[in-house]
Design a protein around this ligand. Structure first.
Ligand code: TXA
Ligand code: MG
Length: 322
């Protein structure tokens, strides 16, 4: 069922059931992180490999501390500016956090999402919510309640409807497990914004085509559409296909040889934030067309363009990662 009743969501979560929740990035498939059987259901419903750990969500730094987590200084500096927000911190786990959440590793990922309904829900819970994106493993993440319903509607009792996600790509993940903080996933908060607060960080950006997960769950093929997706220079790639059977995902340009209804321009005004917000909806819509191939172009590698390129590149990887 889809609805916006927080009390209903709380009831199911306390019973150990799964509830899809809105966040500013993408919808999450949430369970009480302290309830082992509830967390197990997440892996089952998503068909997610057991070695891929989950992010825990809460509404305050104080709660994180109350669960025995120690917050490094640079994390606190970032949190003052960007939490609640589209940023996830990987830190040393405490005994409060069950192994199933961290897939047996000694690190846990934590995030305070910036969505009014999610924050209100979290403020009423004395446990964190473990929540991966609410899509079957490997597919495109949902950015509205209907997306969740289409794929998981018959598997979960409640979808809390908080409208369209305003950021539209998953959170940026930064790890504090090494001396120099390391970006594990480009996402809704830009590298530039992070470095402006804590200085230079490391980034893992060579993993897209690696078959091995660099961190647990950092799989190569991900965000995949059913149609084949080819990433790169559209002008160059288009000649290899029947242009009537081509779909386009572009930043601001249209292509004369391609049918208008097959073209998804993400931001006429060349705004990367707007493009990120529309990306996953466009990938879902274009996947419903009767076409042979999706051609997606490379976006400027700055701001949220890095996250967009990462998602498109992963969607274009042909062979299964793991
Ligand atoms: O925006 C988001 O982050 C959304 C919303 C729902 O919060 N969540 C999300 O979760 O994208 P998920 O599970 O789809 O992606 C989380 C990523 C995975 O690649 C996972 O491997 C990584 O975070 N991760 C989780 N815990 C980790 C840990 N302890 N160490 C390293 N990576 C971790
Ligand atoms: Mg995901």
């Amino acid at each position: 069922m889809i609805g916006s009743d927080i009390n209903n969501a709380i009831k199911f979560l306390k019973q150990g059931e799964l509830v899809a929740i809105p966040t500013e990035t993408v919808y999450g498939l949430a369970a009480n992180a302290f309830d082992l059987s509830a967390v197990t259901k997440i892996y089952q419903v998503k068909n997610r490999p057991q070695f891929n750990p989950l992010i825990i969500h809460t509404d305050s730094i104080e709660k994180l501390k109350s669960w025995g987590l120690i917050l490094p200084e640079k994390l606190v500096q970032l949190a003052e500016k960007f939490s609640p927000g589209p940023l996830t911190y990987v830190i040393k786990k405490s005994n409060h956090i069950p192994d199933i959440v961290t897939a047996g590793t000694d690190a846990v990922a934590v995030r305070i999402p910036n969505h009014p309904l999610a924050l209100e829900l979290l403020s009423k819970l004395d446990f964190p919510l473990a929540a991966p994106s609410a899509n079957p493993s490997g597919y495109v993440s949902p950015t509205n309640a209907q997306h969740v319903y289409e794929q998981l509607g018959d598997k979960i009792p409640y979808i809390l409807d908080g409208g369209n996600c305003t950021v539209g790509v998953e959170s940026t993940i930064i790890s504090f497990m090494d001396e120099v903080p390391t970006i594990l996933r480009f996402g809704g908060l830009s590298l530039e914004a992070i470095e402006a607060v804590i200085g230079k960080v490391n980034s893992i950006f060579n993993i897209q085509h690696s078959k091995l997960p660099i961190a647990p769950g950092m799989l190569s093929r991900h965000y995949a559409t059913t149609h084949q997706l080819v990433f790169g220079d559209i002008e160059k790639n288009i000649s290899s296909y029947d242009s009537k059977k081509v779909g386009i995902i572009s930043f601001y340009k249209k292509y004369d040889s391609v049918l208008d209804e097959h073209q998804f321009v993400l931001s006429k005004d060349k705004n990367l934030d707007e493009a990120a917000q529309k990306l996953f909806s466009a990938m879902r819509e274009i996947d419903k067309l009767h076409i042979d191939v999706i051609l997606a172009e490379e976006f400027p590698n700055e701001g949220l363009g890095r996250a967009i390129n990462d998602r498109l590149k992963r969607a274009s990887v042909q062979e299964e990662g793991n």
